[in-house]
Design a protein around this ligand. Structure first.
Ligand SMILES: Cc1cc2nc3c(=O)[nH]c(=O)nc-3n(C[C@H](O)[C@H](O)[C@H](O)COP(=O)(O)OP(=O)(O)OC[C@H]3O[C@@H](n4cnc5c(N)ncnc54)[C@H](O)[C@@H]3O)c2cc1C
Length: 426
């Protein structure tokens, strides 16, 4: 996903852009082997929708034509945050429901249609070729005919090979110092199943989300997909692993503080088998331009891989792609400028999720004064959003990465939180 979006950005400046992908890319919107996470719920945040539309004009309208479901992120999706059901209302934050397979396929179709972009699958990048402080190309192993190995020359290289990126090893071999790393041992396990169900059980809502907090650390999301069936992903921290078998899956859903997901699933028909995914840690590499070749940038999950329950990865990748495009048009020291601006977006997303994860006793880590303050306020905000949709909308604008978290500390919002969360209102 990041590689395709980066290619769209690079195509504005470079004569020719080549995307090298190790997987076999399907011709239709179906699963592929090297992105096993695609079998789980993939939220596309409002910030990601806007960035994709900016890079690929008309993208969102076309996604809707392909069957994605549009709605309001508060008005059409029922949210329960740490046990508090958010007051309904129109937030103005666009929510889109579609499978990761469809979103990625649509991005790929659009990028493939760009006249100066070529996508080559079954092609495994095995290392970097450099001359002094600059990369001159990459070595590639092909499995699709032609020469089995070759060096592909390049004026500029973006590493968007995901969480398991080999950039650290490749750059180390070229003599570059490895970056500092932040990690949080979240130990989250996902379990996902698909269902056919009577949508009238949801009173017209197209999704239900259970977001975790200290009094209710389990999370889950169910949403309608482009084929009319429903995807349900449940998640637990540490030893709290959601079962995959139909009865155990339903029991986990029954344990949520409100019965919304359980009630919707009670008479639903399970489709196929369930799948699991475990995320032991979230990882952020603090790359510095001083320790990178002058024409090389890491990108998306290769820089930072978030806790997926907050649904940020694709959207951060899309925002990074708009930053990359803008930097290419205006700067000579590209890695420095790109990392500076990308880090602003990554900071906001990373702090939001790390702070929330540190509310949960199961997640190990130091709770600084800032984190404790932020989390005490978050608990009041969750309660306030249960009675005041304006607070809920402000919260969703932040979680969709449209506004910075500090906006929740504006006097007008703080006042609403204090008024809504006074004794006797719950
Ligand atoms: C369980 C789970 C759920 C998630 N849910 C969400 C969500 O709700 N919303 C959201 O926005 N994000 C979600 N994410 C994150 C999201 O999947 C990623 O952030 C997003 O895909 C961007 O990642 P990327 O492009 O860097 O890597 P990926 O999408 O993982 O792509 C990396 C690509 O690089 C290829 N590759 C790897 N090494 C090589 C090599 N050496 N040579 C050639 N090709 C190579 C791989 O085959 C793959 O196609 C989730 C992640 C997980 C694990």
């Amino acid at each position: 996903m990041g590689g395709l979006l980066a290619a769209a950005a690079l195509s504005k400046t470079f004569r020719s852009v080549l995307v090298l992908e190790r997987d076999i890319l399907p011709a239709t919107a179906t699963a592929r082997k090297c992105v096993p996470q695609a079998r789980h719920v993939h939220a596309l945040l409002a910030s990601g929708q806007a960035a994709m539309d900016d890079l690929l004009p008309g993208f969102v309208d076309q996604l809707l034509e392909l069957g994605a479901i549009a709605g309001d992120a508060l008005g059409d999706i029922r949210w329960v945050v740490d046990g508090h059901r958010l007051a309904g209302g129109i937030s103005g934050v666009p929510g889109i429901l579609a499978s990761r397979d469809l979103i990625e396929w649509h991005v790929r179709q659009r990028v493939q249609a760009l006249p100066n972009v070529r996508i080559l699958d079954r092609s495994d990048v095995t290392g970097l070729i450099a001359d002094g402080n600059a990369v001159t190309g990459v070595s590639v192993q092909h499995r699709s005919g032609g020469p089995p190995t070759e060096v592909v020359p390049a004026d500029f290289v973006v590493d968007s090979s995901g969480r398991s990126s080999q950039s650290l090893a490749w750059l180390g071999r070229l003599g570059f110092t490895p970056p500092r790393e932040s990690q949080l041992a979240v130990d989250v396990t996902y379990a996902t199943r698909h269902f056919r169900l009577d949508a009238s059980r949801l009173d017209g809502d197209s999704g239900i989300g259970m977001a975790p907090g200290p009094s209710s650390p389990r999370s889950g999301f169910m949403g309608i997909q482009e084929d009319g069936n429903w995807i349900v992903t449940l998640a637990g921290y540490g030893d709290d692993v959601p079962p995959l078998d139909p009865d155990g899956f339903l029991d986990f859903a029954r344990s949520f503080p409100t019965p919304d997901i359980y009630d919707a699933l009670a008479t639903a028909q399970p489709l196929g088998d369930g799948v699991r995914y475990r995320i032991p840690t979230t990882i952020r590499h603090h790359y510095s331009a001083d320790d990178l070749p002058s024409n090389y940038v890491p990108f998306a999950d290769a820089i930072c891989s978030f806790n997926p329950i907050y649904g940020q990865g694709m959207s951060v990748a899309a925002v990074e792609a708009t930053i990359l495009r803008n930097c290419l048009q205006s700067t000579t020291n590209l890695p420095r400028q790109f990392l500076r601006e990308a880090n602003r977006c990554i900071d906001a997303a990373w702090n939001l999720t790390v702070d929330n994860d540190l509310r949960l006793p199961a997640v190990p880590g130091r709770r600084s004064v800032r984190v404790r303050f932020a989390n005490a306020y978050a608990s009041r905000l969750d309660r306030a959003a249960a009675v005041d949709p304006v607070v809920g909308s402000a919260f969703l604008r932040v979680t969709h990465l449209l506004d910075r978290p500090r906006k929740l500390l504006r006097p007008s919002t703080v006042l609403r939180v204090l008024l809504a969360d006074r004794p006797g209102t719950h």
